[in-house]
Design a protein around this ligand. Sequence first.
Ligand code: SF4
Length: 247
Amino acid sequence: MQAPLTFAVDNRLPDILERVTQLLPRLRPQTATNPLDQLLYGVIAQGLSSAGATACYRRVKERFPSFSALRDAEPGLIEGLMVGAPSAALKAQAIPEILRLIDEAFGSLSLEPLSRLDQELALRFLTRLPRVTEEIAASVLRFTGTDRLVLHIDKDVARPLRRLGLAEQGAPLSALPRQLIERSPVAWRSEDFAGLSRGLTRVADRFCHQGRPDCASCPLANLCPAAEKAEAKVVTFPFGKARKTAA
Ligand code: SF4
């Protein structure tokens, strides 16, 4: 029998995230976007400016405030609210159909179940819905947490990541997102990974330099195995080589 595939979660990660978040400027709180709103907005927005799309979607939502009302709406009524939108008739037909298909697949008018699928399956489901392009689907996944597998790690973020032992030494850059995800708490969403990535960029910039890191000032020092080594080097250095004395 094949052994179950399990990963060891690194218990330092929540603490690391909290500390690196302190290094970031405070962001204005954003209203959480319902992924289903994002999906329908994406369909309506095709071929429109963002101002035009927002106005159009607002009219639709005012007339049909609930997803169930929109699912049961006559396409002709929806079309009448999309004045000036390209392919308005096709979009107006697609919207109730999309909602019906989601209801049928998940038993509710919600895209929350997508967060339990892997990214590829979730993308496949979304792009099979009428008028949903890959671009719209990818934008929806940002709001479901399903996009966490597309975490981007550049060489600056990789430096503290490796020194912290959150990735194997010598692993190529392309392998690091997967290694980090495998060690992360299962409850982490895309915004946690984004926060960690932005925070580690700060750490790399301020403390974890390419040459000698400034571990004494780094907020992650007591969580970082490389910090001990760096300190040990400083203590033993004067005894490592005989210093030349002036003749
Ligand atoms: S403690 Fe030192 S080695 Fe570890 S992340 Fe901070 S600066 Fe880098």
